[in-house]
Design a protein around this ligand. Structure first.
Ligand SMILES: [Fe+2]
Length: 199
């Protein structure tokens, strides 16, 4: 279930740089998200976002946390309020005067659902990590060694198998790579390397 947000501007530019503390973010995360599988997905995406900011952008710690926070909270309302998915968390972060960059990234993580185009690098990477992270995790669960020895070839095979993780949109993954200007194989390699450590 999803809804078009009907707007393309989020938050107040005057709030640039405002973030939740880690404690505040996890308090929201733990009270809104009760499903352990969804919690893990959101933590995985958060970790990927942080690692990308650190390694690819040489971002400072404050910027890394902005990326991580966008990942950590992107599906925060999906568990308890699926009919308000995306709208509720965005409004919560706007009420808390959070940096518009973070709110925008969350609002654009599913542009076909929410009607918000990914524009910034943070937007595009959240969109790119979201679906592919889930497919790779599903693949790890069916492998005896989990992430150990997982390679790009194996992930590509699963991607071509339409019945595997059938709810994961292959079109969105390809679209996200194009928008972000990254090769699918590079994105797979990055996710496989980083995601295994998230429990
Ligand atoms: Fe997600």
């Amino acid at each position: 279930m999803s809804l078009h947000l009907g707007r393309t501007h989020f938050g107040n530019p005057a709030n640039a740089g405002n973030v939740l503390s880690k404690e505040q973010a996890f308090e929201l995360f733990n009270s809104w998200v009760l499903n352990p599988k969804l919690q893990l997905h959101m933590k995985q995406v958060a970790h990927l976002m942080k690692c990308w900011a650190a390694e690819k952008l040489n971002a400072d710690e404050a910027t890394q946390w902005k990326w991580e926070m966008a990942g950590l909270l992107h599906d925060a309302d999906w568990d308890q309020w699926p009919e308000q998915h995306c709208k509720k968390i965005i409004e919560e972060l706007e009420t808390s005067n959070i940096d518009p960059e973070i709110i925008r990234a969350i609002a654009s993580h599913g542009h076909t659902h929410f009607g918000v185009e990914p524009e910034t690098e943070m937007d595009k990477m959240l969109y790119a990590f979201d679906e592919l992270s889930g497919l790779i995790h599903a693949y790890s669960l069916m492998r005896p060694g989990g992430y150990d020895g997982m390679d790009v070839k194996g992930v590509n095979k699963r991607l071509k198998e339409k019945s595997f993780a059938a709810n994961v949109s292959r079109d969105d993954i390809n679209d996200a790579c194009q928008r972000a200007g990254i090769q699918l194989n590079d994105l797979i390699t990055f996710i496989v390397a980083k995601q295994a450590s998230v429990k």
